[in-house]
Design a binder for this molecule. Structure first.
Ligand SMILES: Nc1ncnc2c1ncn2[C@@H]1O[C@H](COP(=O)(O)OP(=O)(O)O)[C@@H](O)[C@H]1O
Ligand SMILES: [Mg+2]
Length: 258
């Protein structure tokens, strides 16, 4: 199963990715959770204590130079468009209770643009993970989904957009759907988060119109408490785990009938 998660900032993408990763491990699956949001906090959300020690892959200049032949600081220099990356998921991931975590990090835009060595490197790595690995892959993305190239899209079983009650995140979901249509990604679903009433559910379902909703996650004070105490978002949180289990089951049904 290959899953990408997108949506407006702050809606709960990272909380969902961490909890879904945990739920898959409960069912005996091996999971690679990938933080591909430049505003990266998946490590902390999974309960990693010493987050400052994690070096995002985009900052591993020596490695990027070794594999591609250049970094974006060496502007204009020739670099490889198909660097070798197959050894890296095992070397560059952090193992936590059956979940392997990879932190991609941010790439500077502008100047070198899309085709800078760092971007090519991260894209190649992401494609490799989605196309070649047999673990469950869950990618925590920003609202833009441009990191998913056309070749990769075919192997993505589901793009899940997280929304919260209110029109802004629903608008973002529509934008993400357009981007998905553009790259030929058809299996797009939504999850409603921070729900406090049935009305919120209806509002979301109506607002999303053509995007099927896999399920809902209640507003949950435990998520904030876990954050304050530096625990994983899902730790000591039966309600959250229960709701995400249901979403996972629904997702599997949807993917099977695709
Ligand atoms: N179901 C929920 N109930 C209450 N707070 C939540 C819930 N989901 C997420 N949050 C809080 O919302 C904020 C943003 O969540 P996060 O998962 O980091 O969003 P994103 O990755 O989309 O930016 C965090 O402070 C998190 O603790
Ligand atoms: Mg996030």
């Amino acid at each position: 199963m290959k899953i990408a998660v997108s949506g407006k900032g702050g809606v709960g993408k990272t909380t969902f990715v961490a909890t879904l990763a945990k739920v898959f491990t409960e069912y005996g699956k091996r999971v690679i959770a990938i933080d591909a949001d430049p505003v990266s906090n998946l490590a902390a959300t999974l309960g990693v204590k010493d987050v400052s020690k994690i070096v995002p892959i985009s900052q591993m200049k020596d490695l990027i130079r070794e594999r591609t032949g250049a970094t974006s600081e060496e502007y204009g220099k020739f670099f490889k468009l198909n660097p070798t990356v197959s050894d890296l998921p095992d070397k560059l991931s952090l193992e936590l209770d059956g979940i392997r975590l990879m932190v991609m990090g941010a790439v500077k835009r502008g100047g070198g643009g899309c085709a800078c060595p760092e971007n090519v490197f991260l894209r190649t790595l992401l494609s490799h993970l989605i196309l070649q690995r047999d673990e469950v892959i869950i990618v925590d993305m920003e609202a833009g989904i441009e990191h998913l190239g056309r070749a990769t899209v075919k192997a993505v079983n589901a793009l899940i957009v997280i929304v919260e009650p209110g029109s802004k995140s629903i608008q973002t979901a529509s934008q993400v759907k357009k981007l998905a249509d553009d790259i030929g990604l058809k299996s797009i679903y939504a999850v409603g988060n921070k729900i406090t009433s049935d009305e919120h559910k209806k509002l979301i379902e109506k607002g999303l119109n053509t995007i099927p909703v896999l399920g809902f996650i209640s507003y949950n004070d435990g998520v904030l408490e876990a954050d304050i105490e530096g625990r994983a978002a899902f730790s000591e949180n039966r309600q959250l785990l229960l709701e995400v289990r249901e979403i996972k089951n629904r997702l599997e049904e949807c993917v099977k009938s695709q």
